[in-house]
Design a protein around this ligand. Sequence first.
Ligand code: GLU
Length: 304
Amino acid sequence: MDYQKIIEEVYQEVQSENKRGKVADYIPELANVNPDQFGIGLVDLEGNVFGVGDYEVPFSIQSISKVHTLVMVFHVFKSKLWSRVNVEPSGNPFNSIAQLEFEKGVPRNPFINAGALVITDALCSKFENPIEQISAYINELSGKSCVRINSSVKESEKNHAERNTALAYFLKAYQNFENEVDQVLDVYFSHCAMEMSCLDLARSFSFLANDGYSIFANREIVSESHARRINALMLTCGFYDEAGEFAFRVGLPGKSGVGGGVAAVMPHKFSIAVWSPELNEKGNSVKAIRALELLTDKLSFSLF
Ligand code: GLU
């Protein structure tokens, strides 16, 4: 399979269609990015890397980091985790307060903000220096030191933290939050403000395409059965309230972030990350989603 040729074709087609969206600006610092950037990085299970466009430019991974934090916590708590957070698609905006109240403080899934805050809270309970340990963990998964926290993005989000703060206090009111709200939010904003390139992000997701074994870290990160469950969660909950549409159009487990990135895996074949900052109204990158749709069309396979 000539992955390099295929992703170059996809890149050209997406560029010529030139579909536009809107860069996220509810975190003001994110709006300062050049909206024309677009990159695709793909890694196969032998460790061969393929890339086109801005695939080596670091960008704000935002909610994609929620997959890494989930994996860290899942490993520690195993099935006990699922009494604190559910595994159902939300069908609502990712920062919905109404849904959390309706569900009596047990978030729908670990990828909406309320669920990710529970995961970060659990992480704070178990890890001594959570921010350093998350960075080190992702570096290990990528096989190199590549994670950098953009402090301007972190501060920018901290200064506009009303909704996430409200979600955290709601969780506390329902006794589903163990640590100080400020401490957990600081860790949460730090992992959302991490920057990585498409290539490094694809490397960090590689173990999910490989039954839990990372060829970059040279060890089993999670068991094969945990890897399958994380992929199931990404497929059903990884794209805000557009997860059904992504499964329909693309058919790969993945996770998007409001920085315009999408990381996805084709089990037993490859991991991939695509980035372009302009988003559709659901908060997913217009070009990244289109690129992945064209890719699975050209490959003639997806999960299905
Ligand atoms: N840090 C962002 C927030 O909490 C993450 C959003 C996202 O990428 O989905 O709003």
